[in-house]
Design a protein around this ligand. Structure first.
Ligand SMILES: Cc1ncc(COP(=O)(O)O)c(C=O)c1O
Length: 413
């Protein structure tokens, strides 16, 4: 129970040490009142807890260390490329970068990452992309098509490469098909078993050594998906076993986070046991390239309520930001968790939260239970640290926002 405002804390199942309501009813992130930050900087605003990102990195590295396998983490910067966040990661020395375009590679270099700390895995790669990569010989490239192998080979004969493979099975949050990168339906990602020999022959023709197998089979998997993930990792060892030159396996990203009360968090012990089972006998280095797992629940988006109005039987709350600032709920039907910046006393009610974009699908959440909200109040959207600002667009020319990396020890506003 929130002692001052009488709200049952069970309503806020996601509360944790660095993200919770203070006794005065203000939601705090890393010890900072989001109400005060929103008032000082305006909205839309993204705030990220840098301490939490580093803590998650340490947790992941701890799980990998427990396997006894050589390992590396490459942060998937497509999840969030905010410069202070990347610089913080670089300064930590704990991870490299997974980049999926030459511009991301350049951004990683500008943030201080070395070429050899950058892993590049992209799709539909152009000759212009390859010309840039050819000038960066230490970047670790994973080719996801035979065409890429051929055109990279023409530019950099003899280069050591990785192959992104497609095991034909996928996994994702809540078994959502939209979140799977490989599955029953043929996808654009990676090289299938039936084309693997041809891919290897193409690499050989250019004197290229395949030293890595890479796969990324979906996003947001949690504890219930681990048995399927285990099976898929097992299937991927087929590719590894075809080549004596493979030294390393990159298992992609996709590690998920709970989005609703009933989600079971990813069991990292179980996850690392699966890695150990498959890769320890093969003496391989294991690389992982998480995006969401490191940043998503460290970040929030704060918007301001500008409209509180009943239309027929529906109580609408209109806010000053739309799906163009955080696409996942609309695109992937991922749950969205809105909560007031400052709690008002009073009974909760069911509301529909609408954005400010003139598109029918610009609805944040329907029929969600919220404490009372008034025009001028701020509303916080949780889990906005990944694939929100990074995927934002300027649709309706409403794409502007403020971003800030917070630390518990930083007392400035
Ligand atoms: C190749 C690759 N690696 C890593 C990631 C990061 O995924 P996640 O943020 O779910 O960990 C992605 C996401 O699309 C990806 O395509």
């Amino acid at each position: 129970m929130n002692t001052v405002l009488n709200h049952p804390t069970a309503d806020f199942w996601w509360q944790r040490t660095d993200l919770h309501y203070a006794d005065n009813g203000d939601l705090t992130l890393a010890g900072h009142s989001l109400q005060m930050l929103a008032t000082a900087h305006g909205t839309p605003s993204f705030f990220y807890n840098g301490d939490r990102v580093l803590a998650k990195l340490h947790t992941l590295l701890g799980a990998l260390s427990a396997t006894g396998l050589r390992h590396r983490v490459f942060y998937a910067m497509k999840a969030n490329r905010f410069t202070p966040l990347l610089s913080m990661m670089r300064n930590s020395g704990l991870c490299g970068i997974d980049a999926c375009s030459p511009a991301e590679v350049q951004h990683a270099l500008a943030c201080g990452f070395r070429e050899e700390d950058i892993s590049f895995t992209a799709t539909s790669v152009s000759n212009e992309d390859l010309d840039i990569l050819a000038r960066l010989p230490a970047v670790l490239i994973n080719c996801d098509s035979i065409s890429t192998i051929r055109r990279l080979g023409q530019r950099c004969p003899g280069r050591r490469i990785g192959l992104r493979v497609n095991p034909g099975k996928g996994v994702g949050y809540g078994n959502n098909q939209l979140l799977q990168y490989s599955g029953r339906k043929t996808t654009k990602f990676g090289i299938y078993r039936e084309h693997f020999a041809e891919a290897c022959a193409e690499a050989q023709q250019h004197g290229m050594t395949i030293e890595r197998i890479h796969f990324h089979v979906g996003i947001g998997y949690l504890a219930p998906q681990l048995p399927l993930w285990d099976e898929i990792v097992g299937d991927c060892t087929w590719f590894v076993d075809q080549l004596e030159t493979v030294r390393s396996v990159n298992i992609g990203g996709g590690l998920g986070l709970p989005h609703v009360l009933t989600d079971s968090p990813l069991d990292l012990q179980h996850w690392s046991d699966i890695l150990k089972k498959h890769f320890a006998p093969r003496n391989l280095e294991v690389c992982v390239e998480p995006g969401d797992f490191l940043v998503k629940d460290s970040g929030v988006l704060v918007l301001q309520v500008n409209t509180v109005e009943r239309k027929q039987q529906v109580d609408f709350i209109g806010v000053n930001g739309g799906f163009n600032l955080a696409l996942e709920p609309a695109f992937y039907r991922l749950p969205c968790e809105p909560t007031p910046c400052r709690l008002r006393p009073g009974a909760t009610g069911k509301v529909t939260i609408a954005g400010n974009i003139n598109e029918a699908l610009d609805i944040w959440a329907e029929e969600v239970e919220l404490p009372p909200m008034e025009e001028g109040d701020y509303l916080v959207f949780l889990n906005a640290g990944g694939y929100a600002s990074a995927m934002s667009s300027n649709h309706c020319m409403r794409g502007q926002f403020y971003e800030r990396l917070l630390f518990t020890a930083d007392t400035s506003r």
